[in-house]
Design a protein around this ligand. Structure first.
Ligand code: PGA
Length: 252
């Protein structure tokens, strides 16, 4: 199994208009030869244009969700093949905002992941506990359940990425301690190795997500089994995302 590069992934969520593509040009200029993989997941409306802009650079693009079906009568939805056709190399699946706002279950996320893999996309599957679940001492049970339910059986370290995103840390400025991040990442690693074998389980990248900022990134990247970050708010501006990418490069 080839070694996978660390991954700095930006999730623009429902942010970004045409004018914001200038940020992508800045990012390209800041990282002509990055020491890690850089991924930007814009809203679907910008995906084609962003993909054209990064063509020929080391930066890749991804979608933020896809439908489990290949095509059909699903008004407002986008299939994995459509994302790939628009230039995406990745898709984020099972983000907590999708799970909460759209009622996505582990079964749905797993079906979407299968469709994405079939369309040739790499998948980032998000897992995370709520504050109530953490306070009740259920964090590892919740993560273990989501991992077992959301991740399809045909795993490969090249095509699967896991993002640990505590729901209470997303967009709140609250970040778990490095010990808390380490505990969950070690647990995910052990579960992946158990289920898929040591070699495949070790090659899956495990990202941390939730209020990653330039000033806390280096500390997070120093934690064992943290192979990168899924960054929301701080990925919108190159001035914020670039120092996070630099911190990841320095940790490699
Ligand atoms: P945040 O979002 O960095 O704005 O907290 C992270 C995410 O939801 O992926």
């Amino acid at each position: 199994m080839p070694h996978q590069p660390k991954l700095a992934a930006g999730n623009w969520k429902m942010n970004g208009l045409s004018a914001d593509l200038a940020e992508v040009s800045r990012l390209i200029g800041n990282h002509p030869a990055p020491g890690c993989e850089i991924l930007l997941c814009p809203p679907a409306t910008l995906l084609s244009r962003m993909s054209e802009r990064v063509a020929g650079t080391p930066i890749v693009t991804g979608g933020q969700d896809c439908h489990a079906a290949d095509s059909g009568a699903h008004t407002g939805d986008i299939s994995a093949r459509m994302l790939a056709d628009a230039g995406a190399g990745y898709v984020i699946l099972g983000h907590s905002e999708r799970r909460t706002d759209h009622g996505e279950t582990d079964d749905m996320v797993r079906a979407k992941a299968r469709a994405a893999l079939e369309a040739g996309l790499k998948v980032i599957i998000c897992l995370g506990e709520t504050l109530a679940e953490r306070e009740a001492g259920n964090t590892l049970d919740v993560i273990g359940g989501q991992l077992a339910g959301s991740v399809p059986g045909d795993l490969s370290g090249e095509t699967l990425v896991i993002a640990y995103e505590p729901v209470w840390a997303i967009g709140t400025g609250k970040v778990p301690t490095t010990a808390q991040i380490g505990e969950v990442h070690d647990f995910i690693r052990a579960r992946l190795e158990e289920r898929f074998g040591a070699e495949a389980g070790r090659s899956v990248r495990i990202l941390y997500g939730g209020s990653v900022k330039p000033d806390n990134a280096a500390g997070i990247f120093a934690v064992a089994n943290v192979d990168g970050a899924l960054v929301g708010g701080a990925s919108l501006k190159a001035a914020d995302f670039s120092p996070i990418i630099a911190a990841l490069e320095a940790s490699a």
